[in-house]
Design a binder for this molecule. Structure first.
Ligand SMILES: *[C@@H]1O[C@H](CO)[C@@H](O)[C@H](O)[C@H]1NC(C)=O
Ligand SMILES: *[C@@H]1O[C@H](CO)[C@@H](O)[C@H](O)[C@H]1NC(C)=O
Length: 422
């Protein structure tokens, strides 16, 4: 707190001379007459400069950028993680994210579903993240905290409002709090990795996922270990959340719009990579997200694992995405292409299904005929099915891990109280 207020005072004093310098320069540049300027009250000047983008630039140059740190396992990335990082970023200028090492996750929670590399790719793909630190410790030690402050120049450590206790029962953030370098954000409601693993384990109960090419037998149903409530989405989709995640900008004039569609279920490193490739081919990436019904028809009744709005937020959180269609049609019609002025339609080589479903029509027939369709080499062979298979292959460990976690999740929801903030 002390740190923050002194920096504000310093900032205010320092910026005044620049305000006048900026004023003269701006008036000259814009060719504004003095009579126009004298017609505006003084108090409106800073406002005007921030509109022109001149004042904040000047100010930022002189002000130390506030660096904030947040850590997490980020195993099975979801919009809850993304929203936490969005809130953390809002508490500073630069967000540094620590991704907990595989070993630490194994020791504290059980096996992670995604590898360090995959988790790093996911976190780096988020539009609010400026830097990542690989192999962060599960609990912040004094040594690590000092390296955050001294080497990584972190000003504040951020954590959610849910208590994080060390095995000995002490507060994991006590040190940072004592140093006055701790800030809290509101925990995002609606989803957790535990919840997603629960949804996936649920699909095995009716042997819905059985295309195990490795010859392993279908899984036995193990009813009763998971309470059904753990699979019901607690997500409350509000327009405000969508606005917060959105870039809020359309394609500029003459922009080349690239379209890519799909389920984008269980947003993973493969999605980030293909979206990055799509972005390289144009100025504006528009992502069509298929409806729950379409995904279900294509993949089976337990899919999608994540609902349309959840999938839309995960895609919107990706730094390579400019806009999404929440509930895109299966077929890329001439109308879709015209409506959004699409220059290029792309599709990854590693996808869940062949683009032409058996017996069905090719959804890309129109862009193909127009000569604006391109297959993109998927750099990673990870798919939603391969992620679910990892969980299913290791279902005993995850069921155990989840049972433990479900308890604390339930406790959290039972004791949850209203917290203001967004
Ligand atoms: C439509 O996209 C093309 C690029 O493919 C661009 O040249 C053109 O200006 C766009 N049209 C409008 C009205 O922005
Ligand atoms: C479609 O699926 C079949 C069977 O899995 C496979 O042999 C074929 O190569 C696939 N075609 C494309 C274009 O991916």
């Amino acid at each position: 707190m002390d740190y923050e207020s002194s920096s504000w005072i310093w900032d205010g004093v320092y910026c005044h001379p620049h305000l006048f310098g900026g004023l003269m320069l701006t008036a000259a540049l814009l060719g504004l007459s003095t009579s126009y300027l004298s017609g505006i009250g003084f108090s409106s000047f800073p406002y005007m400069f921030s509109d022109l983008g001149i004042f904040p630039a000047k100010r930022r140059e002189n002000k130390k950028r506030v660096r904030v740190y947040m850590d997490g396992c980020f195993d099975l990335m979801h919009y809850g993680h993304a929203n936490a990082l969005r809130q953390a970023k809002a508490l500073g200028d630069e967000l540094v994210v620590g991704v907990v090492s595989d070993e630490e996750i194994i020791a504290n929670k059980g096996p992670p579903v995604l590898s360090m590399e995959e988790r790093l790719a996911l976190v780096s793909g988020l539009k609010w993240v400026d830097e990542v630190i690989a192999d962060a410790p599960y609990a912040i030690t004094e040594q690590f905290m000092n390296s955050l402050f001294n080497e990584h120049k972190i000003d504040y450590i951020i954590h959610g409002d849910d208590p994080c206790l060390l095995p000995d029962g002490t507060d994991a953030y006590a040190l940072a709090k004592k140093a006055g370098r701790y800030k809290q954000i509101k925990r995002t409601e609606g989803v957790s990795s535990t919840d997603i693993v629960g949804r996936i384990l649920c699909t095995t109960k009716d042997n819905e996922v059985r295309d195990n090419h490795d010859g392993s037998s279908p899984l036995p149903a193990d009813k009763g270990t998971q309470s059904h409530s753990s699979h019901v989405s607690q997500f409350l989709p509000t327009s405000r959340r969508i606005v917060q995640f959105s870039n809020g900008k359309g394609p500029g004039p003459n922009a080349r719009v690239v379209y890519i569609d799909g389920a984008f279920d269980l947003f993973h490193a493969g999605h980030v990579e293909i979206l990055r490739k799509a972005k390289q081919l144009g100025d504006f990436v528009l992502v069509g997200i298929h409806t729950d019904q379409i995904v279900s028809e294509q993949r089976g009744r337990y899919y999608p694992i994540m609902h349309l709005h959840e999938r839309s937020l995960s895609v919107l959180a990706c730094r390579y995405v400019d806009e999404v269609i929440i509930g895109a049609p299966w077929e890329v019609s001439r109308d879709v292409i015209t409506t959004f002025n699409i220059s290029l339609v792309v599709h990854g080589t590693v996808a869940e299904r062949n683009s032409s479903s058996p017996g069905g029509s090719d959804p890309y027939a129109v862009p193909k005929a127009m000569g604006i369709f391109r297959m993109l080499d998927s750099p990673k062979d990870i798919t939603t099915t391969s992620v679910t298979k990892r969980i299913i292959a290791n279902h005993e460990a995850y069921t155990k891990r989840n049972a433990k976690k479900t308890q604390s999740e339930k406790k959290y929801y039972d004791e949850k109280v209203y917290v203001s903030g967004d």
